[in-house]
Design a protein around this ligand. Structure first.
Ligand code: TGC
Ligand code: FAD
Length: 447
């Protein structure tokens, strides 16, 4: 008679941890988890549909081990729990299907707005004014659901709204920010171009002053939220004199502004990505962001988003860890649950250690940002580079621990693994952040 996986398990303050034990979480979820593990025939489910499998017990085990919860204030815990509930109840049941269908759930935007997560770290203009740690926790919970869900919130808040809040005048802030915080207007952020990715200084999009307008031409590529954005923050070189990079608020309906959708991504499928095509698009001068010129302006926005991603990616890692812990406790091979095997435990321990270190890194820099008001760009690079790499590595290990089942969308591992390939590349590739850190340490640029 094989031992139950839980018999030997240290409980870390979460009860016996036995399947079906109500102290380990709602029993229907545990039953679903057990069923999902034991066989593979569910013809009634649409292709790509994901089982509603919540890994409460596993999630609790890792949180208790890391022990960060006790460091969080009551407010921080409340925000974390509210977003966690939203993700588990409203997003996870659809996660696999949304990924399979290449669909972003626009119907959830009002609920995200009601949670206060749109432009969450901005103060005033109807925004929640969350602290860096609060914001980080929000993004981590969202990315436990899917990197696409977190991407939507990052772009809306840390890129589009932050650009307006940091570089816009009072009229622009009042016109856009409250509507964007309510989810009534969606923003996107156009920096990358077909021939200008890691090196945004080489952008070709340009703006020609003409009377009371600027006339914009060029193409932006790989732009999250573009297909349904109401306002695009577009970075362009202003002609005349020193060609300095400036931000423009290009609004849906302006002539010469198109946002074709990019179809067929095998990553971040639940996020809408598009181009921004500007063909002699006339933008009034009131829509120019005046606060700061040069590449430093979009890069300042990126610091905000990269900080959030450093937290968010660990949410994906935790989802993968939870799935692996739960699965290996149930899956029986050679007469025992595979979690009885030392090699399997070594994998789980490796994942848990890396996630714990990543959490501490994010938390440390979160508190530092809170205290000092900002971080050095290289500190943000350190966080983003490390935590996304950790998440990608955990997703791959989790996928492997789930064996063949690991390639199914009914488990989260393959979806997160594919998503994280984009996260590794966007907001500064892993290599670009290596070079940022290399330059900071040696004083020598190797770009
Ligand atoms: P460099 O000469 O080093 O700097 C130009 C000016 O910018 C300043 N600066 C920064 N300012 C604030 N924050 C930072 N992180 C900054 N990095 C540089 C710098 O001080 C200088 O200012 P000034 O006043 O002296 O002119 O610029 P470079 O051309 O050598 O490039 C530096 C490099 C390669 C690090 C930078 O271009 C870079 O980060 N490249 C990566 C591009 C990138 O990350 N693109 C992301 C596009 S948005 C996106 O991916 C959204 S995905 C969203 C989602 O779905 O979640
Ligand atoms: P490249 O810059 O061509 O890099 C290709 C490879 O070369 C990479 O491995 C890179 O690390 C390496 N490399 C480049 N330069 C060097 C060097 N000097 N030394 C060593 N190696 C180098 N952009 C936006 O502006 N807004 C968005 O909302 C947005 N959303 C995105 C959503 C998704 C799903 C994806 C995949 C991308 C998104 N991007 C967005 C674009 C993203 O920021 C770029 O893909 C990223 O900056 C890299 O640019 P690139 O793809 O052109 O790669």
């Amino acid at each position: 008679m094989p031992r139950a996986a839980s018999d030997n398990r240290r409980t870390l303050g979460i009860g016996s941890g036995r399947i079906g034990d109500s102290s380990a979480g709602p029993s229907f979820e545990r039953k679903l988890a057990a069923k999902a593990v034991s066989r593979r025939k569910r013809p009634e489910l649409a292709p790509g549909a994901e089982r509603v499998v919540y890994f409460w017990m596993a999630a609790e085990a890792l949180e208790s081990l890391i022990g960060l919860r006790d460091e969080l204030s009551d407010d921080e815990q409340l925000i974390q729990q509210a977003v966690r509930r939203f993700v588990r109840e409203r997003y996870l049941p659809r996660a696999g299907k949304l990924f399979a269908d290449e669909a972003f759930p626009r119907d959830l935007i009002p609920e995200l707005a009601a949670l206060g997560v749109l432009g969450a770290s901005i103060h005033g203009h109807g925004c929640a004014g969350m602290s860096p740690v609060q914001y980080g926790l929000v993004l981590q919970e969202l990315e436990y659901g899917d990197s696409g869900l977190r991407s939507f919130v990052s772009v809306q808040g840390s890129l589009a709204m932050y650009a307006i809040s940091a570089f816009g005048d009072e009229a622009q802030k009042e016109r856009f920010l409250p509507r964007m915080a309510r989810g009534e207007a969606i923003g996107c952020f156009g920096l990358t171009e077909p021939d200008s990715g890691s090196d945004p200084a080489s952008m070709k999009t340009h703006a020609r002053p003409d009377g009371s307008d600027y006339v914009l031409s060029g193409t932006k590529m790989w732009i999250t939220n573009a297909p349904f954005a109401d306002v695009a923050v577009v970075w362009a070189k202003v002609e005349g004199g020193a060609e300095s990079i400036s931000g423009f608020l290009v609004e849906r309906g302006m002539k010469g502004f198109e946002t074709p959708r990019i179809e067929g991504k095998m990553s971040l499928r639940a996020s809408e990505t598009g181009e921004i095509v500007l063909d002699e698009c006339r933008v009034p001068k009131e829509n120019l962001l005046l606060g700061k010129r040069g590449l430093g302006a979009p890069l300042r926005c990126l610091n905000e988003a990269r900080f959030g991603i450093a937290w968010g990616a660990l949410g994906a890692a935790k989802a993968c860890f939870d799935a692996a812990l739960s699965y290996t406790g149930e899956r029986v091979q050679f007469g025992v649950p595979i979690s009885d095997k030392q090699l399997v435990q070594a994998e789980l321990v490796h994942m848990a250690s890396e996630i714990a270190k990543g959490d501490l890194l994010a938390y440390h820099f979160g508190r530092m940002k809170q205290k000092q008001g900002k971080l050095l760009p290289e500190q943000v690079s350190l966080c983003k580079r490390n935590n996304v790499a950790v998440a990608l590595d955990c997703a791959r290990r989790s996928r492997a621990l789930l064996g063949a089942n690991g390639i199914l969308l009914e488990y989260p591992a393959i979806r997160h693994l594919l998503n994280l390939e984009s996260v590794y590349t966007y907001e500064g590739t892993h290599e670009i952040h290596t070079l940022v850190l290399g330059k900071a340490l040696t004083g020598r640029s190797a770009f």
